[in-house]
Design a protein around this ligand. Structure first.
Ligand SMILES: [Zn+2]
Length: 319
């Protein structure tokens, strides 16, 4: 496809919440993100949908989604993320919810905003735009309207920033998302997942089911050098194994002069549930995070399996 080489980030720090995030990042401070939503919802008794995972909860159990947001804010998150990871227009059409795309995505923004309002804290709201659903089958051109639609709904509903959760995605899909994000007038953060190959190189790729093959795409170094032609906002290593995150941050820092951060996984996915592995305590996670911050990471949170307890533990690193 034709790639426009225009940096996506003519950032408009036009919300109070984002301007304080921006100021902290400029001053080399640490920003705490929230952790995963699906697993926390499950812990709180919400039912996961076989197809839409936790996406339906914003409409079926808005009080629970609001509670999880509130828990993350109490734990110290500076930025919380809308429960829209699995409500992409493409997945919703795929699963027969084509008439509810606006309703689900808007409701997710609304409950997150209510949580922020109830907290009376200066917390920014990130709108999650993802590749959940059958993106791969569509081809790049056919993905564009889906990205555009979700970006438009979330930014129109008043999120402070967009986080492109391009996790499990190949580089060309990430580039397509970045190009679409140039159309919204708010800051854009990019998150991608990484794996380590047999030669111990950090690669763009993923492996989140315990018995599946690892998907290995291109060298992460190559990806970053291409992404930065399109994007100048934060780049985050997300939905990746904690054990390789430190090295991925080093790779990102070496190749990118913008802000770098991470929100890794703990456990694995077994549709439609996230399975926990108790191999790391919140304090253990805090120790990992300390070393990442030392290596230049400025935005830290958690993805699947990292919950309120871990965010509470790492929020002591806010400065
Ligand atoms: Zn994840």
């Amino acid at each position: 496809m034709e790639i426009k080489y225009v940096p996506s980030q003519i950032a408009k720090y036009n919300t109070m919440s984002y301007s304080s995030i921006h100021k902290k990042l400029e001053n080399k401070k640490t920003i705490i993100l929230d952790g995963g939503m699906g697993a926390e919802l499950e812990k709180n008794g919400a039912k996961m949908d076989e197809k839409m995972w936790c996406g339906k909860c914003s409409v079926d159990h808005p009080e629970l989604v609001r509670k999880i947001h509130e828990d993350y804010i109490s734990a110290g998150a500076d930025v919380i993320t809308t429960n829209t990871y699995s409500t992409t227009p493409i997945s919703m059409r795929q699963y027969g919810y084509e008439d509810s795309i606006e309703k689900f995505n808007k409701k997710s923004v609304q409950v997150a905003k209510e949580a922020i309002k109830n907290s009376s804290k200066d917390v920014a709201l990130a709108g999650s735009v993802s590749t959940f659903g059958n993106f791969y089958k569509l081809g790049l051109k056919a993905m564009i309207p889906g990205f555009d639609e979700q970006l438009k709904i979330l930014s129109g509903e008043g999120v402070d920033l967009i986080i492109l959760e391009a996790m499990s995605s190949q580089a060309d899909i990430v580039e397509t998302m970045l190009n679409c994000s140039t159309k919204v007038n708010i800051p854009v953060w990019l998150s991608v997942s990484c794996v380590m190959d047999d030669q111990k190189n950090i690669m763009l790729g993923y492996n989140d089911t315990i018995d599946s093959d690892t998907h290995v795409y291109e060298n992460f170094e190559t990806s970053i050098n291409n992404f930065k032609k399109l994007h100048s906002g934060p780049i985050l290593v997300a939905h990746s194994d904690i054990n390789i995150t430190g090295k991925a941050i080093e790779t990102a820092k070496k190749n990118y002069h913008g802000i770098v951060g991470a929100y890794p996984n703990k456990g694995y996915y077994e549709k439609p549930h996230w399975r926990f592995i108790d191999d790391m305590t919140p304090t253990g996670y805090l120790n990992e995070v300390r070393s990442w911050i030392k290596n230049g990471a400025q935005i830290i949170g958690g993805c699947c399996g990292i919950g309120v307890e871990e965010i509470k533990a790492i929020s002591i690193l806010k400065n």
